[in-house]
Design a protein around this ligand. Sequence first.
Ligand SMILES: NC(=O)c1ccc[n+]([C@@H]2O[C@H](COP(=O)([O-])OP(=O)(O)OC[C@H]3O[C@@H](n4cnc5c(N)ncnc54)[C@H](O)[C@@H]3O)[C@@H](O)[C@H]2O)c1
Length: 447
Amino acid sequence: MSSICIVGTGYVGLSVGACFADLGHSVTCLDIDQSKVESLRKGHIPIYEPGLTSLVQRNVAAGRLSFSSNYTTSVPNREFVFIAVDTPTGAAGEANLSAVESAAISLASSLTPETIIVTKSTVPIGTGDLITRLVHEHRTDSGQFPVVSNPEFQREGTAVQDFLHPDRVVIGSTDTIAANRLAELYRSFNCPVIVTDLRTAEMIKYASNAFLATRISFINEIAAICEALGADIETVSNGMGLDKRVGPGYLDAGIGWGGSCFPKDVRALEHMGSVHGAHPQLLRAVMEINRDARRAAVRKLRQALGDLRTRRIAIFGLSFKPNTDDVRDAPAIEIAHLLTGEGATVHAYDPVATEKAKLELGDSVEFFSSPMEAAIGADAVVLATEWNEFRDLDWAEVLNTMRGDVLVDGRNLHEPDRMTDLGYRYFSMGRTDTNGQVDGKPGNDHA
Ligand SMILES: NC(=O)c1ccc[n+]([C@@H]2O[C@H](COP(=O)([O-])OP(=O)(O)OC[C@H]3O[C@@H](n4cnc5c(N)ncnc54)[C@H](O)[C@@H]3O)[C@@H](O)[C@H]2O)c1
């Protein structure tokens, strides 16, 4: 069994650390945020991630998992030090590497022989070389430490299962011994292990995320054309996805992608490509279509209600997707900003993300502890996150509670006929719902 330090105890660091501990390794999760470390030590898990609380508690109790904010006690004599700090968007769209650089500098002087540095964070191509240089510069001896890229592909909401049952493990290093030692850590995993060079491994992560975002933007572009011409995106998507060459994943039309990864990674890849002389115009279009998808929800509200200035709009769902409390770059947050910008009053409800959304939205919107309360007096509801709770809601009762009758279903969660029968003016994304305006001409009619 190995001895591991994970630097950065956020969504990735905590779940990766807890999973490695559950596999029997000895793990310390380190973070500069001392209040986070203190609260983890008290058994409080600062994020909502299904299955994580029990996993952490079980491994802390077994003595395999601990938390620290001290590099000098946590880094020495580890076989692996993983860097899992945040890499947010910088001012020009680039990945901001200040946390990675600071982590590399902080751990440098505490490294002991045989330790392998592993990058779990999503980092721009060439960052492995940067870490090697920083570590070298911040040591008094000439010790060399291999840096291996091992990008993480887990999704929030299913992080534990995704980590333990990945489709593949990617390991990037030209140091064969280091790559093999890291591969050994994943020996019990029943999946292909790709061993390649550092830069290629770093690129696999960006290319994967950019491709998934592209699929969603693609289907949203098709949805907009469906809407204009009276076709149904749900059936189109199903008809496409059944083709084995296409596959069904990431073909759900709606108000677009968000979260802590796709937006920043597509931007960073576009930036990297641009500054190095490539012309990543597809990535630019992918981002532009995503902006349009979010604005489409507001356009539909205007179409139904006219001027939004005196209107009261309830937003159901604030996290960027269900089963997480992460609201970073969530479509719902941008839609709330757009609506308040137009002078509307916004009521917001989310089953788990309210506290994090308050940090983003402050008192510009009113938060409620149930969808029914948020719906009181609303002219319209925007369904922004496909939480299961919103599938099973008593939508007749929601309508009774509202002042108006408009439902903008940003995730195509409901059947248009059912919602219309209940009495809603129902708008969804790329479907032939009752409010779609189709000009009746064939699509190739230029008249
Ligand atoms: N969130 C995901 O689902 C996901 C999935 C795959 C990859 N990633 C990538 O993993 C990385 C981490 O993402 P996240 O969502 O876990 O971020 P996060 O913001 O949730 O967590 C980052 C943590 O690192 C800590 N930190 C920052 N600087 C530090 C330092 N110098 N020393 C010690 N700790 C420090 C922060 O306090 C924070 O707790 C990013 O590069 C992200 O792109 C994220």
